[in-house]
Every structure is written in C-alpha cells, then in structure tokens.
Design a protein around this ligand. Sequence first.
Ligand SMILES: [Zn+2]
Length: 410
Amino acid sequence: MTAMKYAIILPDGAADEPLDELNGCTALEAARTPALDELACIGRIGTLRTAPQGFLPGSDVCTLSVLGHDPRQVYSGRAPLEAVARDVPLGPRDLVFRCNFVTITGGCMRDFTAGHIAQAQASRLVADLNAHFAAEPIDFYEGVQYRHLLVLRDVGELDCNCTPPHDVPDQPVEQHAPLGRDAARVISIMQRAREALADHEINAIRRDLGENPATDIWLWGQGRVRPLDNLLERYGLRGACIAAVDLIRGITRLMGLAQINVPGATGYLDTDYAAKGRAAADALDEFDLVCVHVEAPDEAGHLGNAAEKIRAIEQVDAHVVRTVLNKLQSTGAWRILIAPDHPTPVARRTHTADPPPFCIAGHGIAASSAAGFHERAARASGWHVRAGHKLLPALLTGMPLPDDPATTVR
Ligand SMILES: [Zn+2]
C-alpha cells in the first residue's frame, strides 16, 4: 500500500460577505469553481474559527490555526514568523517588527503598500535607512516590495501595541499610532524615518511619475520566534510548502516543511497560478504533504475589487485545486484540506473574524453532497469547528474530527 498523500490549499482571504453588486452572492458563490465544488460534494465542508477569542484575525494568527497550532500557545507576532523565512539573525533579547513602506498624506493612510513600490527602489530605501540609523541598535532587513523587517537589538520586553497598516485604509493615522508604556520609542523611530524619507530622491522620482511615494515606515506585528510542532517529528510526514509570502514560508519552515521556490509566484494578483499548481503536483512525487498558499484573493479583498477577487478564486480553482486534485487522484490514498484563513470582505477591505468555510475530502471522509464550496453552504452544513487548530491534526492522524455533528449524539 502506498502511503497517504496530503494537500493543503490556502486561498488567503477568499471568504467574504454577500455583495449587492453580486446579487447577494459572495465572491466564492459568484466564482465558477468546478474543482472546489467537486471537493465539497465528494468531501465535507464546515466553518472554522481561525481567530480565537481576543485575537485579531490576521493572516498570522489564522494561518497558524489552519496549520494546526493554537495561537493562544504559540503566537508571538507576525514579524518573527517572517524573519524566520528571511534568515534574519535574532538574539533572545531582540525584538523584530514588520516595517511597511506606506504612503501617508494629510495625516491619512493613503496606501499601505506605497504604490507596491518596486523591489529595487525598496532595496535602496532599506539600505539608506540602515545608514541613517547606523549609530543605534536598529537594523532594517529587506523583504518583498513594501514589506520589510526592523530588528530592535537587545531590547528585552517592550510594552507597545501596534495596528496593522492594512487595517486603517484612508483613515487618520494619529488615532492608530502605537500605544503602551514604550510606544514613544517606536513612534520616534517612525518619525525619524519619515524625515529621512521626505526628500529622498527615490520618492522624488515616484512623485514625478505620479506614483505613491514611500513617505513613512509603519512598524507593527512585533515579537520573538517561538518553535512550532514539526511535521516529521509529530506526524512522520515529509512536507513541502509553495508560498510567495514570507509569513507562510516562515510558519511552514518552523514546521519543518521544505520551501519550494516557483518562478512567477509573486504573492500578488499577477501570480503564476499554473506554475504553482504544477509545482505542487510535482512535489507530491517526493513529499507526503504539500501546502500551497495563494495570496491573491486577500489582495483583491483589500483593494475592494469584487471582480478581481472572483478572478483570483477562479484561477486558484482551475490551476491549483484542479491540478493538485488530478495528481492526488492518480496516486492512491489521499486527503485534502482547503481553507481560507479568514474573510477579507470586498466591502470592508480588511479582515474579519467570522469563521471562514473549509473543505476536507479524500480517504475515509464521507461524501456530504454539499452544493458547493462557499460560506452559505458551509454554514448550512451544521459543522462548526470551534478551535480551528484541532482540524488539521485530526485530518493527518485519522483521529475523530473536532465538533463533528456526524459523530455527536443529538
Ligand atoms: Zn490572510
């Protein structure tokens, strides 16, 4: 007998709310998704609480849940997870922050991506910020486009609450400044970075071209690295991950998954879906488990663009889900989990904590004949997993599925 193969597909932020412009449908309902619908029919769907009570529904918290980790036990912040993906050297008293390049004009958060600033320009700004702060125990590390990291060396504990910049689109930034006993230190770094960026020639060029300049850095998501359960040690499974964004690469790397780089995978709407799908299918030849993350539905949600969100979901369906499913069905025993980490509703342009739908299918999972993979059908299933992190371990071990109405005596 061949060993079981597992696939996890994470369409980031794909869950949504009914929209008038879609005649009361969500993006998942409106999108044409034959592969997802087939899985919902031959497998089972439900809803998953991915943000525990008291946690904001960030991709960090929600993806930890989906991948089987209790955020209440392991969550320390988003930045350390990304730092792992970037091989940033961290000492035990170092604190790592996410550092976005953003566009703030008239005191408002105009663009939390600084116009999706080009890598070469961002690289130059990061280098110049390092020079600007050279005399202080502060190091900037280059990430992707507008998403970078800042390490405060030897800081110990720091009482400071920061707000993610994508949670305050077009809002006054003053009321979302860092709070807490040590907030002034963080605010001071942001203010001094603004001074360094104000007359930077990169920004002069961007303004001249009508592009949003990187007026500011925005610090948030700070924390320290904590270990996660290792997939091989815990389940005896060798896994691989295909993801373009550092957060997911960091989480899965801490789980011991190999990282597969796919040319053309951008973490944005223009990502090469087919290349990711093929790479995932190929990885199943070598690995027991493959995890594929696609950021595009979340980006479309943040843009408030229903048409782009539908397109992203349809691309995931046709080029990732279908390709992986074909591969699984040709290999013997298999199981699959499809799980958006959280909703990023087009109408709200930010994450919500509503439990997103999930789908499981494959070996030993009874067919539910669900009408499709979307929020309405998932709620109608009557299956709600209250602690999202319990689902994947059950799927990987064959243990009873959590909160399963099919096994509950009514
Ligand atoms: Zn997300």
